[in-house]
Design a protein around this ligand. Structure first.
Ligand SMILES: Cc1cc2nc3c(=O)[nH]c(=O)nc-3n(C[C@H](O)[C@H](O)[C@H](O)COP(=O)(O)OP(=O)(O)OC[C@H]3O[C@@H](n4cnc5c(N)ncnc54)[C@H](O)[C@@H]3O)c2cc1C
Length: 405
């Protein structure tokens, strides 16, 4: 039996951040980190296309928390203790400079996730954290005041344990055994598969749009806006990814078969568009409708949408009937598309689901149902939209656990 004061299960972002900060806070504590694989931090390595999108330049706790479809309410308090500014300072103090990209995403200045891994490995070595590889945890028992942990090769015991195993069904099962409720996992952060003649020839085209998800009665169940990217398979970009994250639980029972309504002009209403089209009819009567894109829409998209209304290629604004104008306004602001399945976004598969947040004290990230059991990272039912927010959850949770062990 190998004994420690604290055992951290999971050698990912959350596990390492917890271990380093805990060892720094209480140098006399014996801390063991158990990782099932032969390498640690494998997700950090591949994250952000190999660059690791460490966090996001959003410095107001309330606004930061709004990027978490699951965890928004619970993370607000913790963000007042440790959030993006603290993350930047933490890495800077350890010689890792972060840079901000135009869209707010933050990466190591080196543009390499290895910089983060090197920093974590250096810190755990410096602080004497025992990082043990090939230790897949099979069993967790609580006997009196101790946790007994059985891995594929050894037995461990500790008074306090931290579970930082990410989205892992086997560990969730063990946690159920300790009295926790697990919210079933469903995919989050995916793109929509759409086969439609209006977009089939436009992969790569991006424009700002507003998108609604409709139910069977054509009622809006979700709505979001922002850049929309047309892909070879359908639609992606922040507007769609945000819908997939916020709608993770709504879209799964629909088996990813549903209709969306796209306003390609984002904030302009059908009535406003119709007024503008009428003025085009009177002021630019000789112009061909198809040739001259309006409302700053990309020309190829304009032409594709105009063709979808069925008007002839040579029709001028003067010749356009009331019905033609109405159809154009409708196509521009309320085009209906059938979604038929989903695809992974840049391999960045995120799942919604995990330890029920009601059973966790977010002042300490300790379990409310099993004393001295702590959680950090994706093992909890917390997930975010893309942009560095998922790692920020791991840093915030890990830091707060480390201060309360
Ligand atoms: C391709 C990809 C790219 C991503 N890019 C970004 C990005 O740029 N920015 C961002 O914010 N988020 C990104 N994410 C999401 C981010 O990686 C996760 O939110 C984050 O890694 C969660 O950290 P974690 O420590 O909770 O879990 P993980 O990183 O999954 O770590 C859990 C660890 O626990 C170990 N483990 C599991 N079960 C056991 C067991 N039984 N015994 C022992 N060990 C066990 C695992 O092997 C693993 O090492 C990306 C995700 C993917 C898949």
């Amino acid at each position: 039996m190998i004994k420690a004061d604290v055992i951290i299960i999971g050698g990912g972002a959350a596990g390492f951040f917890t271990a380093i900060n805990a060892a720094e806070k209480n140098p006399e504590q014996k801390i063991i980190l158990l990782e099932r694989g032969k390498d640690v931090l494998t997700k950090v390595k591949i994250s952000g296309g190999g660059r690791c999108n460490v966090t996001h330049a959003e410095f107001i706790p309330k606004e930061l928390s709004q990027n978490y479809p699951r965890g928004e309410k619970e993370l607000l308090g913790p963000f007042h203790t440790f959030m993006t500014g603290d993350t930047i300072e933490w890495f800077e103090k350890r010689g890792v400079e972060l840079k901000i990209e135009e869209d707010g995403r933050m990466f190591p200045a080196s543009n390499s996730s290895q910089t983060i891994i090197d920093c974590f490995l250096f810190e755990t070595r410096r602080l004497g954290v025992d990082v043990l590889l090939n230790q897949s945890v099979k069993e967790i028992q609580k006997v009196d005041d101790s946790f007994l942990i059985t891995t594929t090769s050894d037995n461990f015991s500790a008074e306090k344990i931290v579970v930082a195993t990410g989205s892992n069904p086997k560990i969730w099962k063990l946690l159920e055994g300790l009295g926790h409720t697990i919210v079933p996992a469903v995919p989050s952060l995916f793109t929509f598969n759409i086969k439609d003649s209006r977009i089939i020839d436009l992969p790569g085209l991006s424009t700002n749009a507003s998108v609604k998800v409709l139910d069977k009665r054509n009622k809006t169940v979700l709505e979001n806006n922002g850049p929309l990217l047309i892909t070879h398979w359908g639609m992606s970009g922040p507007a769609i990814l945000k819908l997939s994250a916020w709608g993770a639980r709504v879209l799964e029972p629909l088996k990813y078969q549903f209709k969306i309504e796209v306003n390609w002009l984002e904030n302009i209403s059908e009535e406003e568009v119709l007024d503008e089209l009428k003025s085009l009819k009177y002021n630019y009567g000789k112009q061909t409708v198809l040739k001259h894109a309006q409302f700053d829409l990309p020309k190829r998209l304009w032409q594709s949408l105009i063709k979808a209304t069925g008007i002839s290629d040579t029709l001028t604004w003067a010749e356009a009937t009331r019905e033609n104008l109405q159809n154009i306004a409708n196509q521009l602001t309320a085009g209906i598309f059938q979604v038929d399945g989903k695809s992974t976004f840049k391999e960045e598969f995120v799942t919604a689901g995990g330890v029920d947040l009601k059973e966790v004290n977010f002042k300490t990230f300790e379990s409310k149902v099993c004393m001295n059991l702590y959680f950090a990272g994706e093992v909890l039912n917390i997930d975010a939209v893309t942009g560095g927010f998922n790692f920020q959850n791991a840093w915030t949770g890990g830091f707060i656990v480390s201060q309360n062990l």
